[in-house]
Design a protein around this ligand. Structure first.
Ligand code: MYR
Length: 183
């Protein structure tokens, strides 16, 4: 019998299965962190750091696949993250809203959040930002394109809010350093 190949019926559910496996694996990792650190604040930090380490690597993949040119304004960057970045890595999009007056701060409201499928947090996990890895991913990715940012959850449905809203703040554009001096 010939091996199954993409496009065959046997592959029809692969993306779906992979998404579930990813969600369950993420859940298992958060659970392990909670067991290891026994402190939700520390787990929040660990998730953010893990995300950062993913973000600083993922940006190359993103830039090579996304075919986007460098954005001249933070407003464009936010749109790229919301519409292309989230879609590419999480399979969902986000809505950009709530800009501050000088366009250095905005919200990304997730249209859906596959990371929380099957998740119910027990009482003991109050204070946990279960999806904090996403804050780190964005922060890490943006740092690699010379933007120092702060990213945190403004609303979190696992904590009883009515949406998943990330607050993204541009702290500074970091000057890129070149190894050679132009004379
Ligand atoms: C620019 O401003 O020059 C373009 C920079 C685009 C940065 C895109 C970062 C992608 C982050 C993906 C986040 C995915 C979260 C699941």
């Amino acid at each position: 019998m010939a091996p199954a190949k993409p496009g065959d019926a046997a592959f029809a559910n692969v993306d779906h299965v992979n998404a579930e496996l990813f969600t369950l694996t993420y859940g298992a990792m958060v659970r392990q962190l909670l067991t290891d650190f026994e402190d939700v604040e520390e787990v929040n930090k660990q998730l953010d750091t893990m995300g950062y380490n993913i973000g600083i690597r993922l940006i190359d993949d993103f830039l090579s696949k996304a075919n986007v040119t460098r954005c001249s304004e933070f407003r464009e960057t936010a749109d790229v993250i919301a519409k292309i970045g989230f879609k590419m890595f999480l399979g969902v999009t986000a809505t950009v809203s709530n800009w501050n007056a000088d366009f250095t701060e905005c919200s990304l409201v997730l249209d859906d959040n596959p990371l929380v499928d099957f998740v119910e947090l027990p009482e003991t996990c109050q204070g946990l930002y279960y999806c904090n890895v996403l804050c780190g991913v964005i922060r890490g990715a943006l740092e690699m394109v010379s933007m120092r940012t702060e990213v945190k959850w403004a609303r979190d449905m696992l904590r009883g809010d009515d949406a998943y809203e990330l607050r993204l703040k541009l702290i500074e554009h970091v000057a890129e350093e070149y190894p050679y001096k132009d004379d």
